[in-house]
Design a protein around this ligand. Sequence first.
Ligand SMILES: C[S@@+](CC[C@H](N)C(=O)[O-])C[C@H]1O[C@@H](n2cnc3c(N)ncnc32)[C@H](O)[C@@H]1O
Length: 222
Amino acid sequence: MSPHNIDSIILSLLERHAREKENPPEFRERMLAMGSEGGRFVETIVRSFRPKRGLEFGTSSGFSALCAMKGALAGYSEPSACPFQLITVDFDPAKAAWARDNFEKAGVGGKIKILIQDGLEAAHKVAGPLDFVLLDASKAQNLPIFKVLLPKLSPGAVILTDNMLTHKEELREFGQFVRHHPDLSSAMYSIGNGVEVTIKLTDRLTNEVIPGDSLETFYGDK
Ligand SMILES: C[S@@+](CC[C@H](N)C(=O)[O-])C[C@H]1O[C@@H](n2cnc3c(N)ncnc32)[C@H](O)[C@@H]1O
């Protein structure tokens, strides 16, 4: 028997995503998920990079967080054996409640902490080191959030940014920043909505990594 139920929850969210495309509900009720290609990409990146401390901006239904967790859990007999921990941020309490329900049903409620907060405020609050970040909330906040997080990223950290194709103009400055920064390597992949993959380089750092309280401190006040 599977120790978690992620696959069936991801599948049901993808079905809901397809229905939403055909017959969109009111904006605040939409899941606005990364979709099947984007989700599979997140899963694959996490599965290959094996991060331990992740931070996501834009929880919504919890779809992309579950895809990340699915990648992290590969090869582990049960969720508690897997070292990956994820904090996911959304300022909408209704979305947070929806995601929490999905995380519980998937059997990974204990591994994903939801912060109900503005993204930029959360970026200031969460301590490093972080080795996985997913940016999928306010496009206008991507660059300010990234600048706050940069010193908290460990060398080799991977940052995924969604909507590089669907929000090209809004994310132009962000794309230029990550592609020209001396401590980063970054490229856009035409997968789903367009995903930027940015790596914090290990060999030439102009920023010192700022250590801080471990993410575990956030797991006590769920
Ligand atoms: C595109 S959806 C996230 C989809 C999710 N990553 C997925 O693929 O399942 C964006 C989410 O970001 C949240 N959001 C938008 N602006 C925000 C902000 N300034 N701070 C925190 N959350 C925000 C919205 O409430 C929404 O749930």
